[in-house]
Write a protein of this length. Structure first.
Length: 102
């Protein structure tokens, strides 16, 4: 079963990609409150932090590209089962793919 983040976002459409990131971040923190996540804008090989937990960097951190220009960094991915992580990442990719901006 895939986590459908678009269905969890309130009825109103999101304004832009930044708004979608904000809404997804809030939903993820409700579902996985202990998960440390950071969002990044991707510029070629460079990932630029834009939102999320700013506590110390983790050696176990995982980077996942969601779109050509947006990525998520999981600082403590070990708190998720492989199935939860796959469900989360697939749900995020689907949310960004199907987002309708106002």
């Amino acid at each position: 079963m895939m986590l459908n983040l678009i269905d969890l976002i309130p009825e109103e459409k999101v304004k832009d990609e930044e708004d979608l990131i904000e809404k997804c971040h809030e939903i993820i923190k409700q579902i996985y409150p202990d998960l440390l996540i950071r969002w990044a804008k991707i510029y070629g090989n460079r990932w630029s932090f834009i939102r999320g937990d700013q506590t110390g960097l983790s050696l176990a951190m995982e980077k996942h590209q969601l779109t050509k220009s947006v990525g998520i960094l999981l600082d403590n991915p070990e708190i998720l089962t492989p199935e939860q992580k796959e469900e989360l990442l697939n749900g995020l990719k689907e949310a960004f793919l199907n987002a309708k901006y106002v």
